[in-house]
Design a protein around this ligand. Structure first.
Ligand code: PLP
Length: 344
């Protein structure tokens, strides 16, 4: 395998040595196995290709300050993938099989875990696809579970910085009773018409609820967080995040809510009107990739409005960002047992 220069590793896919696979046929899951073959022999009428019967996940392993490897909250990813599978009439991957596959992918690619201090991590992309050939619309009964590991560079190669978000009322990511709560490919394909033009302008997208276009749903691949001061002159803050049936329950958001409560903040999940941004002192997107991506501005071109939060990340979100990263890198106590520590 060719040497990797960890310091120039970008935030994109790097080919792993091995992937891990396990098929589901005749009602039985195979034992997960590692293979160097990155291609599938797939029927052209497979339900994943014909009807989008596909779900995926994203999680990371970190090399800690003590040299040990920590896999962050993989059981939560396994449970979310099981919910996505059920949402698309697929066979859920049993939690223990999911964990076994992640550990095997790690073990077979152990040299791809970036060293501590580089900011790089080993990302895992678990994928579940329907493989039964079908031309009539309907779900299949055969599935393939695959774990694709890939080392990725730090999300912030320079300093922790802000991104601008734009609102688009002409493209909806997910319907109120659709598949937004599941991590399935169709949701992402549906958002490209909004995200690609935003990315071309160096921005990201903030999606509103599809029914009223009134409330904040989430960002294209991250949940939304807003920070409000409880009283004007106080240092008491409220952590606000949207309640919506159309958004993905983010594991990062769940972790940050726990940490925010421990820091004495009020944590509220409710419908958030777009105009409420003007009452917030800080705002951000959050997810596995970035942990926290602070927002400097939200632009609403249709209404001619811009909500500004300052050019630099605010103090509350910066503290939360470091608190979570400290747990992931073993620099602070993992009080909630979020990390599975792998001795190697
Ligand atoms: C649509 C969407 N929302 C939120 C998230 C953040 O979820 P997590 O924190 O589990 O990565 C992601 C990323 O997985 C996402 O794709």
């Amino acid at each position: 395998m060719k040497e990797i220069d960890w310091n120039i590793l970008g935030f994109h896919y790097t080919e792993p040595e091995y992937i891990v696979r396990a098929g589901f046929h005749d009602g039985v899951w195979e034992e997960p196995y590692a293979t160097q073959d990155k291609y599938l022999h797939l029927h052209v009428s497979a339900t994943c290709l014909q009807y989008g019967q596909e779900a995926f996940e994203g999680l990371k392993a970190f090399r800690g300050i003590d040299g040990k490897i920590r896999i962050f909250r993989w059981r939560e990813n396994a449970r979310r993938m099981a919910r996505s599978a059920e949402g698309l009439y697929m066979k859920p991957v049993p939690e223990e099989l999911f964990g076994k596959a992640i550990r095997l992918a790690l073990e077979k690619n152990i040299d791809l875990v970036p060293p501590y201090g580089t900011g790089a991590t080993l990302y895992f992309r678990p994928l579940l696809i329907g493989t039964t050939p079908r031309l009539g619309v309907g779900p299949g009964q055969d599935f393939e579970f695959i774990v694709i590991p890939s080392p990725i560079g730090p999300y912030y190669p320079g300093k922790f910085h802000c991104t601008t978000f734009v609102v688009n009322r002409h493209v909806d990511r997910a319907a109120p009773f659709g598949t937004g709560q599941f991590k399935v490919g169709g949701n992402y394909a549906a958002s490209f018409r909004a995200t690609e033009p935003a990315h071309a302008q160096g921005m990201d997208c903030l999606f509103l609820d599809a029914r009223y276009h009134r409330y904040i749903d989430e960002c294209s691949a991250a949940n939304f967080i807003g920070i409000k001061k409880l009283k004007v002159e106080s240092f008491q803050y409220e952590y606000l995040t949207p309640r919506s049936s159309a958004i993905l329950p983010s594991i990062t958001n769940d972790s940050l809510m726990t940490l925010a409560k421990e820091m004495g903040m009020k944590v509220t999940r409710r419908h958030i009107r777009l105009e409420e941004l003007s009452e917030m002192s800080e705002a951000a997107a959050c997810g596995t990739a970035c942990v926290i991506s602070p927002i400097d501005k939200v632009i609403d071109p249709e209404r001619g409005k811009t909500y500004s939060f300052g050019a630099e990340p605010g103090p509350v979100l910066t503290e939360l960002y470091h608190a979570l990263k400290d747990i992931q890198y073993g620099r602070s106590e993992d009080r909630h047992h979020w990390c599975e520590v792998i001795e190697n």
